[in-house]
Every structure is written in C-alpha cells, then in structure tokens.
Design a protein around this ligand. Structure first.
Ligand code: PRP
Ligand code: URA
Length: 211
C-alpha cells in the first residue's frame, strides 16, 4: 500500500474527541457535535496544500501585503447518509464551498454499495472535491463515489473519513491512482458483517438516532 497518499490526523485533541465518539454511551447529540468538530479538524489538514496568492489590503494602520486562497474552488460531496454529519464542520472552514450529494447504502448481504441519489454543482469538474463519509470499511462506497466523480471529469479528489479499516484503504488506493485519504485512525479490521472493529458502530444510526 502506498501510504504516502494516506494522512492520519494524530493531533491529541482529535484523538481525545475520537475516543468519546467511539464510546457506546455517547449520546446522538454529542456524537453529531463530535463528527462536526472532527470534520473541521480534518478539513484543516486536507486544505493545507491550497494555493495562496498575494494581495494588498489596508488595515486601520496602513497598507500591507497579505495572502488569500486563490486556487480552485471547493465542492463538498457527502456520501448519504452519514457523510451529512461532516458537512457543517467543513462549511465552517470553507464557507464558500458548494455541496453535492451522493446517496449510497451498503446492501446488508453483499456489502456492495447501491447508489440511489446524485446531485452536484454544475461546474464540479473544475473544483477540488472533498468526499465526506465518517466510515471507510470495505471501501466499496468510497471507491464508487470516487469513480462517479472521475466519470464527471473531476481531477482533484480528497477523501475525508473519521475511521478507516486497512481493507478500505487498500481498496481505495488500488481503485484510484491519485486520491488522497485523510482519517483520524486506522482500525484493526472488519468483522463478519464488514463493520469496522473496534470502530464506533453504525455512524448513520448514531448520527440520526435510528437504532
Ligand atoms: C456506511 C458508511 C459508509 C459505508 C462504509 O453507510 O457511512 O458510507 O457504510 O462501508 P464500505 O466502506 O464497506 O462501503 P451505510 O451503508 O450504513 O448507509 P448510511 O450512511 O445511510 O447509514
Ligand atoms: N458503516 C458504518 O457505519 N460502520 C461501520 O463500521 C462500517 C460501515
């Protein structure tokens, strides 16, 4: 595996928040807040190679050179449902980002992703696309979403997840030659239902209180 395309956000605050997120006694309210906060921290890392250009502004004291983001615009693409929990955190960081949606669920028997919805900004191919999903398990959903973006002509794709299994990382790296992955941790592996262990359970259910 070419781990140069994988970034683990090992900041102590991130790791502390991740511990609370994993805990089965954490409420849906707190779970949602933590997913949002972790998404913002990940976004901070994932945007650190964004281009800057010099500009001139006037402070109350004098004119000065300053810097502003100048490269490609951003589109956030949450994978429904659980990816929705990460959108608000990323929008706090990049308020001008457009948001596309891709709906996918895993077939409970085959664990293959089934696509059920897609809607994107018109100019998505010219944007840096940040695909958002808290869980990278088998990698089926993320790989399908990345392929969908490539078929639309998107060149710059980063995948932001909160937890990843080694199997999912391998699948994504092998299925796309360029995508970069950001995660807060890489867990031990998958159980017989393709859930991440130790993981945090079903992210969508914990965000939306559906179980
Ligand atoms: C979960 C999760 C990912 C996917 C990860 O979604 O949010 O999208 O599974 O698994 P994979 O890497 O094996 O594809 P789920 O299908 O439970 O749908 P939901 O978000 O609507 O709950
Ligand atoms: N989807 C989840 O929500 N959790 C997992 O552990 C795997 C897939």
């Amino acid at each position: 595996m070419d781990m140069s395309r994988v970034s683990i956000i090992d900041h102590p605050m991130v790791q502390h928040k991740l511990t609370i997120l994993r805990d089965k006694n954490t409420s849906s309210k707190q779970f949602r807040e933590l997913v949002k906060e972790l998404a913002l921290f990940e976004g901070y890392e994932a945007t650190k190679d964004f281009e800057l250009s010099e500009t001139e502004i006037e402070t109350p004291m004098e004119k000065t050179k300053a810097y502003e983001i100048s490269g490609k615009k951003v589109a956030l693409v949450p994978i429904l449902r659980a990816g929705l929990g990460m959108v608000e955190g990323l929008l706090e960081l990049v308020p001008v980002a457009r948001v596309g949606h891709i709906g996918m669920y895993r077939d409970p028997d085959t664990h293959e992703p089934v696509e059920y919805y897609a809607k994107f900004p018109q100019d998505i191919e010219s944007r840096i696309v940040l695909i958002l999903d808290p869980m990278l398990a088998t990698g089926g959903s993320a790989s399908a979403a990345i392929k969908y973006m490539r078929d639309l002509g998107v060149k710059d794709i980063k995948l932001l997840v909160i937890l990843a299994a080694p199997e999912g990382i391998q699948e994504v790296l092998e299925s796309d030659p360029d995508v970069q992955i950001f995660t807060c941790a890489i867990d031990k592996g998958l159980d017989e239902h393709a859930y991440i262990v130790p993981g945090l359970g079903d992210a969508g259910d914990r965000i939306f209180g559906t179980k």
